[in-house]
Each structure stands twice: as structure tokens, then as C-alpha cells.
Design a protein around this ligand. Structure first.
Ligand code: ADP
Ligand code: MG
Length: 618
């Protein structure tokens, strides 16, 4: 057989490499910004058009390149940053692989202007799909300007795969934040479609964070600092009360490089244990400095993952440093072994005034009646009655796992799947002897003619709210409650941009607001379903869901909005519902168009027929 193996031509090899390095416009932004930083620039300008699809330009005032270097920089494996493999473990630059420019030039139209300090004239180079189109002498300021146009012009599949300009801009902004946060000593400007998005003067870490995330961030920050022979830690954490239900402002930098590390994230979260709710995340900006020889950055082409020599020690140091900061800044009561901690005021009550306890007596209460006598529909909001009343006391202790001897935990719900319409069965709830009860503060159990049904209260309420909200947005007939005192909420610029995008839907659903300035909104009305003290959290959740959901697209804005709100507002597992609320929820659920699955496609209830039960007794 004839030989069939051939070396790939350079431009093909470069295109293949580009597949790894350049996923979307934001990857180009990252590479170009990092090159500008490595060139020791003081000021860096980022210019974007159409989400980076038509133009990404980075202009720096760094060391520039000679004509020969300018030509060489586009060759694969051409780098000025390392010379031998050992250098990989003594890195002081962002780049080292020497493949970014070669990859970018393989899949776009690139134009470079560059000049070094010592030269009077510079070099202009144009390269399209790895082909040098022109090279000329030019007049240009010291430093380098690199523009990338028509990204993926020769790979239509990749180009079509790009998301909307807004989504691509969001990715670019995230990347810009990461680089700018890591280098507060450099001035950054960011323009999008001709208007300035960020103007970040040279500053320190704290000011840089505040410039990016808004003036109100300042009050949220608690400084963190520690220096050991393994690592130097600096930075800030958010005070626990600002923990969000969504991920977002969590940043680790190792030797001035943004990295992702679920392991170190865990260290931070565990330091916050007991201070924040379980489903919330603390914000942090942590700058670690370690000996370059103790880490390996070359484990991922985009260099966002790092392998540490001694992860466990790092984990322990990080955790205790953060605990220390939380304690030092009086965020948690200081440890005092003499004192009985049970007598401490819980954190949530710290600033509250003492009030005389009040005893209320339900004059209507009759222990011999099974329901409280209120009409079910009266309990619209399914208000959680946080007391152990009536029959509920019978189930005290049910929260502990039931021992096997009861045989209960081994009950297998045979009709676990979703059964057909429950209406054929007719709920028993209309009868005067209607009974519902709450099991483990999670399920509502009620009887139907053929047996019983066990309903997940959280999912059921999500479904009810979802259908209501969706109707409001589509019929555009929202019910909003005017706030007596308007709320002023502040957001980061990118969050504000998202709120702008969904503005019409927010209004349809019942929000009334006006724009105050670049950072804040004044909210004068909210949908009647949202309690006033939840508005901030609900909007945060919404922004984050929208940011993630849109990546999957295929959902309408109204749908995302309704899903998010239903998730935020639904009664949670663990909340006690009184009888009338349970009944109202059951009735509302079965009045829904689709009562079987939650808005997130999870089953809402299971039925257990009399036969199922009888089988258990054989
Ligand atoms: P790497 O950054 O891994 O070295 P790149 O392909 O990104 O690889 O860049 C190749 C080389 O081009 C760099 O090593 C550097 O010498 C030079 N270079 C790239 N961008 C700039 C810039 N903005 N200013 C000065 N030199 C640059
Ligand atoms: Mg580089």
C-alpha cells in the first residue's frame, strides 16, 4: 500500500488549533488583552462592534514589536515568553503557548499596527485566513493595535453557532471583568458600538471592584489578608447578608490570572457555613499569590484551570483566613469559651429591638372540627403558619427518619409514574369531611375516591404561580401593587443591560420602575405576588436565570420570567401550611391546565390507589 500519512499544511493546523483556543469572540478578547498586559502596557483600549462578530480591537501602549517580530508573532509556536520546557514552571506572563495570534489569524481578517519605542516608524500587517495580504511601513503610536474582523469567516458552521450580539457581548464583558479585576494597575477603556461601557482608571483592588460593580459594592466588602510561606492571600469577600441565590461575583485569581476552582470555592463556602442560607452563594474577589513552580497552568488550552502542588494546605489556609476575616470584622460573634453561646443573640436579630411577646388565641378554634372553617379560596397566598397547631402536633417527630420497624420507609409507590388525569377520580376535597394533611412539611396528602394522592407542595405552587404569571405577561393584564415607599436598587452595568432587554415583559408582569442613573432603578410598583422585602432577591435571581437560560435559547422571555418568579415565590419545602392553605393549593393545582408536572418538568404528585395499599397488606 502506498504511504498515506501527510503533514497538514500550516493553515489547516492553525485552523484546528483555533478550534481549541477560540470558541467565541470573548476568547479572542481574552487573548488580545493578555498579550497587551504581557507587553507591559499602562493603558489598554477594547473596542467591540456587534458582539465582536464584526470587530474586536485591542489598542495598547506596550513595548510593541519590530517588523520581524510582527511577522513571526503569527507563526504557530512563536513566542517571546518561554524558551525551554522548564520555563513553564517559572511563568510571569499570561501567554506562553505561542498559538493565539496564529489561531486567530487562521479564522479571521486581522490587521496589526505596531511600533517599538526605539523605532520611528512602525509596521502594518494584514492577514486573512493565515495568508499575509499586505505588509507596509506605517506611522503609528508606540505599542500595538490589533483588530480582528469577520471572525469565523471561513468556518460557516462556527459562525452560525454564535449567539445573538447581546449574548456574545455578555461573554466579552465577563472576560473583560476578569482581566480588569486582576490588573488594577492598568487603565482600561471598553467601547461597544461607539459608546463607552467602562472607563477604569489605574487604581487598587478595592477601587477596581467598585468601578466595575458599582458604588454600592463598597459597603458590601470585607477585606481578607494572610501571608504564609505557601501562599499570600489578599482580596475581599461580601458580607454574608449579601449572599445571592445565584452564582455571579465569585472570582479567584492566582498570580494575577483568573481561574476556576470548584475545590477552592468549596473552601470559601464552608467558611461561611452557618452564616448564609444553604441555597445562597457568597461573593468574593480573592487574589492568591503562589510560587510559580508550585502550580501547573498548562493543563487546559484556555488556561482557566490550574493544578496546585498542595491543594489541601491551600484549602485549609483559605478557609481559616476567611473565617478569621468574618470574625475580625464583627460579622460573627468572637469565640469566647467561657460564655454559653446559647445565650447569644442570633445574628438575624442583632439589630432588632426587643418587643414584648404577644399571645394570640384563635377564638374560632374547635379541636373537634377537622378544618378551620374558613372557605378554601380565602387563603389565596397559602400563607405559611409557622406554628405547630392542631393536628400538626401529632406529626412532631416525623422529621426524623422513620425506623425500618415501622415498615413505612420501605413503602414503594407503585404508581410512581405520572398517572392520567386525576379528574376521573374526583378529589374528595369538596366534601365537608375533606382532609388534607402535611407530611414532613413537604407533601400535602389528600384523599381521592380511589385512594390517596401525595402532592409536592413546592412544585405544586410553582405550577400554579407559573400559569398565573404566564397569563399576566401574555394577556398583558398584570396586577401590581404600588409601593408606599419606592425602592431604589442598584445593579451592575451588565445586570442593568439585562433588565433593559426584558423591560417590556417586566412591565407586563407588574413591575413599575424608572431609571435613575447608570446603576440604579427606582421601583414604585411590583407584581402583587411579590412581597416587598423579596424584590431585590427576585430580580437578582431573574437576571441570573435569564443570563444562563438564554444560552439555551428556545424559550420566550415571558416563559423564563414566569419560571423564575414561580421558583422564587413558591412555598418552599419546610414551610408549614395551615389546612385552608393546603386545600386552596390543592384546588388551584387541579384547576391548572397542566397539573401533573412543574414548570421545570418534574412530577408534582403521585397517587396511591386503594389496591396499591391493599397489596401492601398481603
Ligand atoms: P503567546 O502570548 O503565548 O506568546 P501569542 O500568539 O499570543 O502567543 O503571541 C505571540 C507573540 O507575539 C508574543 O509572544 C509576543 O512576543 C508578541 N505579541 C503579541 N501581542 C503583542 C502585543 N500586544 N504587544 C507586543 N508583543 C506582542
Ligand atoms: Mg498570547
Amino acid at each position: 500500500m502506498a504511504d498515506i500519512i501527510k503533514l497538514l499544511p500550516d493553515h489547516v493546523a492553525n485552523q484546528i488549533a483555533a478550534g481549541e483556543v477560540v470558541q467565541r469572540p470573548a476568547s479572542v478578547v481574552k487573548e488580545l488583552l493578555e498579550n497587551a498586559i504581557d507587553a507591559r502596557s499602562n493603558t489598554i483600549k477594547l473596542i467591540i462592534k456587534d458582539g465582536g462578530k464584526s470587530l474586536i480591537q485591542v489598542v495598547d501602549d506596550g513595548i510593541g514589536m519590530s517588523t520581524t517580530d510582527a511577522r513571526l508573532s503569527f507563526e504557530r509556536h512563536a513566542t517571546s515568553k518561554i524558551q525551554k520546557a522548564e520555563d513553564l514552571f517559572n511563568l510571569h506572563t499570561k501567554g506562553f503557548r505561542g498559538e493565539a495570534l496564529a489561531s486567530i489569524a487562521a479564522i479571521a481578517h486581522v490587521e496589526m499596527h505596531t511600533r517599538t519605542e526605539g523605532e520611528e516608524v512602525g509596521t502594518q500587517l494584514r492577514i486573512e485566513g493565515s495568508e499575509v495580504v499586505s505588509q507596509e511601513v506605517c506611522v503609528t503610536p508606540k505599542g500595538t493595535s490589533l483588530s480582528v474582523k469577520n471572525l469565523f469567516f471561513n468556518i460557516p458552521a462556527r459562525r452560525n453557532f454564535l449567539k445573538s450580539n447581546q449574548v456574545e457581548l455578555r461573554h466579552i464583558t465577563d472576560e473583560f471583568h476578569r482581566v480588569a479585576l486582576a490588573h488594577p494597575g492598568i487603565t482600561f477603556h471598553f467601547y461597544n458600538n461607539g459608546s463607552e461601557l467602562f472607563n477604569l482608571p489605574k487604581s487598587n483592588y478595592r477601587q477596581r471592584i467598585v468601578h466595575i460593580f458599582g458604588t454600592r459594592t463598597n459597603a458590601k466588602l470585607v477585606p481578607v489578608g494572610e501571608e504564609t510561606h505557601v501562599v499570600k492571600i489578599q482580596g475581599f469577600i461580601h458580607k454574608p447578608e449579601f449572599a445571592k441565590r445565584s452564582r455571579g461575583e465569585q472570582f479567584f485569581f492566582v498570580n494575577h490570572r483568573f481561574i476556576k476552582s470548584p475545590y477552592l470555592h468549596h473552601a470559601v463556602v464552608s467558611a461561611f457555613e452557618g452564616l448564609i442560607k444553604t441555597d445562597t452563594y457568597p461573593g468574593y474577589f480573592l487574589y492568591l499569590e503562589v510560587d510559580p513552580s508550585s502550580i501547573d497552568i498548562n493543563i487546559h488550552p484556555t488556561k482557566t484551570e490550574v493544578k496546585f502542588d498542595d491543594e489541601h494546605t491551600l484549602y485549609a489556609i483559605l478557609r481559616s483566613t476567611i473565617k478569621h476575616s468574618l470574625g475580625q470584622f464583627n460579622i460573627v460573634p468572637t469565640l469566647d469559651f467561657e460564655r454559653n453561646q446559647n445565650l447569644d443573640t442570633p445574628y438575624a436579630y442583632k439589630d432588632q429591638e426587643a418587643k414584648q411577646p404577644q399571645v394570640t388565641v384563635d377564638a374560632q378554634f374547635n379541636p373537634f372540627l377537622e378544618t378551620s372553617g374558613k372557605s378554601p379560596s380565602a387563603a389565596q397566598g397559602y400563607t405559611a403558619a409557622r406554628k405547630t397547631g392542631q393536628w400538626e402536633s401529632l406529626y412532631v417527630g416525623m422529621d426524623q427518619p422513620l425506623g425500618d420497624d415501622t415498615g413505612f420507609s420501605s413503602v414503594h409507590l407503585e404508581s410512581d409514574g405520572i398517572t392520567g388525569s386525576i379528574f376521573e377520580d374526583q378529589l374528595d376535597v369538596g366534601h365537608s369531611v375533606a382532609t388534607t394533611f402535611q407530611l414532613r412539611r413537604k407533601y400535602i396528602v389528600t384523599s381521592i375516591k380511589s385512594g390517596m394522592v401525595v402532592i409536592d407542595q413546592n412544585r405544586a405552587h410553582q405550577r400554579v404561580l407559573y400559569e398565573k404569571l404566564l397569563k399576566n405577561t401574555t394577556v398583558k393584564q398584570s396586577v401590581s401593587q404600588q409601593l408606599l415607599f419606592p425602592l431604589t436598587l442598584s445593579f451592575t452595568k451588565s445586570d442593568r443591560a439585562i433588565l433593559e432587554e426584558i423591560r417590556t415583559d417586566l412591565i407586563h408582569i407588574g413591575f413599575i420602575f424608572e431609571t435613575l442613573d447608570k446603576e440604579s432603578l427606582k421601583i414604585t410598583g411590583v407584581p402583587y405576588l411579590i412581597p416587598e422585602n423579596e424584590v431585590g432577591t427576585v430580580l437578582d435571581q431573574l437576571i441570573s436565570d435569564y443570563r444562563h437560560e438564554i444560552a439555551g435559547e428556545g424559550f420566550s422571555q415571558a416563559d423564563i420570567l414566569s419560571k423564575t418568579l414561580s421558583k422564587s415565590l413558591a412555598v418552599k419545602t419546610g414551610e408549614v401550611l395551615d389546612c385552608s392553605s393546603q386545600l386552596a393549593l390543592v384546588n388551584d393545582l387541579f384547576a391548572c391546565k397542566e397539573s401533573r408536572v412543574s414548570p421545570f418538568n418534574k412530577p408534582i404528585y403521585v397517587t396511591l390507589t386503594e389496591q396499591d395499599i391493599e397489596k401492601k397488606f398481603i
